[in-house]
Design a protein around this ligand. Structure first.
Ligand code: FES
Length: 317
């Protein structure tokens, strides 16, 4: 079930981590306990700038059983559409922010005998709560994190509390033998990947080629959604309103900019909350939620990440 909130949170502390990351620790504004989401959970912050707002989802990096605070890490995106820049520039200790209830579409498997984690860049964040759970339960795991060389010290510091033996940092994809890593895993291992789409696609397709069943492959794309492409128009069938979607704007953002209260939650193509019936036009599906059959049928579109293969879509909204 998807829970919505809202929660009123106060920023307890805001700390820069390296040049592009900022960690926020948030607590309930009334001092009460917070609902937990389990390892791999996330919250959606509803940020209000002077002229516009954003609803951005962030993985919780706090221990999964923590009820007194949430921790998140926000990467300042170079092609930022404003939300991450706003967090970096305007959100500090004492800021009050509204958030949705925590949700979890990337939970740890309860039946895995071993957990193999492959992350890239800010995609490490959901795994920080995984690692805390593995430590508490003594679960076997192996983590491989790929990042730019200049970000290595930051990620090494974040991973330090979890022991060096099972954690491997790779400053480049060169020398990282993904196929060999996947091929040598014991039976019963579950694979999880989070990070840029190019990395996740490579991890999942390599695993698939090696015979890993779909039930043992898990992915989440928060933080690096494939937004952007050719501009198009969308017609809202119920109201007759037509909206232009710009090349660097998601369909969801265009709806929001036009004052439409469109459904959404993860904003990363993972939860299905933004799914709408597609009445006309061909979708460029970029989500991880719909099945291949649903993509092929062309009757639904996830507005947070998917776009149009053509000049115009008509959606049932
Ligand atoms: S908001 Fe979650 S898939 Fe679009």
């Amino acid at each position: 079930m998807i829970a919505h909130g809202p929660l009123t949170l106060k920023v307890r502390s805001a700390e820069p981590l390296g040049h592009s990351l900022k960690r926020l620790v948030l607590e309930a504004a009334d001092g009460g306990p917070l609902p937990s989401a389990g390892a791999g959970g996330h919250i959606q912050l509803r940020l209000k700038g002077p002229t516009r707002g954003w609803r951005n989802a962030y993985s919780l990096t706090s221990p999964p059983d923590a009820r007194d605070h949430y921790a998140i890490i926000v990467r300042r995106v170079s092609q930022s559409r404003g939300g991450s820049a706003f967090v970096h520039e305007a959100v500090g200790a004492g800021t009050i922010v509204e958030a949705g209830m925590p949700n979890n579409f990337f939970a740890v498997s309860n039946v895995a005998r071993k957990h193999l984690l492959v992350s890239g860049g800010i995609g490490l964040t959901p795994f920080l709560s995984y690692l805390e759970q593995f430590r508490q339960r003594g679960s076997p795991f192996e983590l491989h994190h790929l990042c730019r060389a200049e970000d290595m010290p930051v990620f090494a510091r974040l991973l330090e509390p979890f022991g060096a033996r099972s954690i491997h940092l790779h400053p480049t994809r060169r020398g990282f033998d993904l196929a060999a890593l996947l091929a040598r895993q014991p039976l019963g291992t579950h694979l999880y990947t989070c990070g840029p789409h190019s990395l996740m696609d490579q991890v999942l397709s390599t695993a698939s080629d090696l015979g890993w069943p779909a039930s043992k492959r898990h992915a989440e794309s928060f933080g690096e959604t494939a937004v952007g492409g050719a501009p198009f128009h969308v017609l809202l069938a119920r109201s007759g309103i037509e909206i232009a979607v710009g090349p660097e704007q998601s369909l969801l953002e265009a709806l929001e900019a036009a004052g439409i209260d469109a459904p959404c939650l993860c904003r990363g193509g993972a939860c299905g909350e933004c799914r709408l019936p597609l009445l006309e036009g061909v979708a460029d599906h970029r989500d991880d939620f719909l099945s291949a059959e649903e993509h092929a049928a062309g009757k639904l579109i996830l507005t947070c990440v998917s776009r149009a293969k053509g000049p115009r879509l008509v959606i049932d909204l």
